[in-house]
Each structure stands twice: as structure tokens, then as C-alpha cells.
Design a protein around this ligand. Structure first.
Ligand SMILES: [Zn+2]
Length: 116
């Protein structure tokens, strides 16, 4: 009795009768597809955090160590998507986005640093 590849529906003529795929490629593609689905929810959640990180990384790589609130807003920084938040010893608010730190100097400006 013929059976068919789960992925591409090609008849499987060689190998064990319980073989599900015609080739290594089909097996691989099939499992990648499942993983893609499995992780798409996680990626959707992580995406805005990654975007925030990219924004800070770009500013930091330009050598900026202070940044205006307004600049962050214009660049699309989402202040709700930070990885961690704490008060520094001097009482100022510090927002972490992965290895980058925004420390509030006042309502319009932050100090930007990296612990990476
Ligand atoms: Zn196949």
C-alpha cells in the first residue's frame, strides 16, 4: 500500500512503512512550520521590546548619553514596553530595556547608558 508524505503528498516508496516524510527537507520544513506557529505568539509579545531596544541601541551607538523624551516618542519608543524598572540610589527612576538604561533626569530628558 502506498503512503504519502505529510508535507508534500509525494508517494513514499522507500523506507519504513511508518515513514511520514519523503525527504529530510520535508521533515525539516514540517517541523519548522510547527515551531513557527508555536513561537509566533511569543514573538508578537517580544516585538515591541525589541523595537525599543533597537531605538536605544541606535541612539547609544551614535554616542548620545542624554536623550529627550520627545525624541523617544518621535522614534516610536513605547514607554510601557520596558524589561525592568527601578529607583536609583538618588531616587530617580530608571527604565531598563535589556542592557540599556534610561534614567530620568527630569520630565523631558533621560540619561542613556548601557550595562552591556
Ligand atoms: Zn515530501
Amino acid at each position: 500500500m502506498n503512503h504519502f508524505c505529510v508535507k508534500c503528498n509525494t508517494a513514499i516508496i522507500a523506507g519504513r512503512s511508518d515513514k511520514k516524510f519523503c525527504s529530510y527537507n520535508c521533515r525539516n520544513n514540517h517541523h519548522n512550520g510547527i515551531n513557527k506557529e508555536k513561537y509566533s505568539g511569543i514573538r508578537a509579545v517580544e516585538k515591541p521590546f525589541h523595537k525599543n531596544r533597537r531605538i536605544l541601541e541606535k541612539l547609544f551607538s551614535k554616542g548620545l548619553n542624554t536623550v529627550y523624551h520627545e525624541t523617544l516618542v518621535i522614534l516610536g519608543f513605547n514607554f510601557e514596553k520596558i524589561t525592568h524598572n527601578e529607583k536609583s540610589v538618588n531616587g530617580s527612576e530608571r527604565m531598563f530595556v535589556y542592557e540599556f538604561i534610561l534614567e530620568k533626569i527630569d520630565n523631558s530628558i533621560y540619561r542613556l547608558s548601557s550595562q552591556g
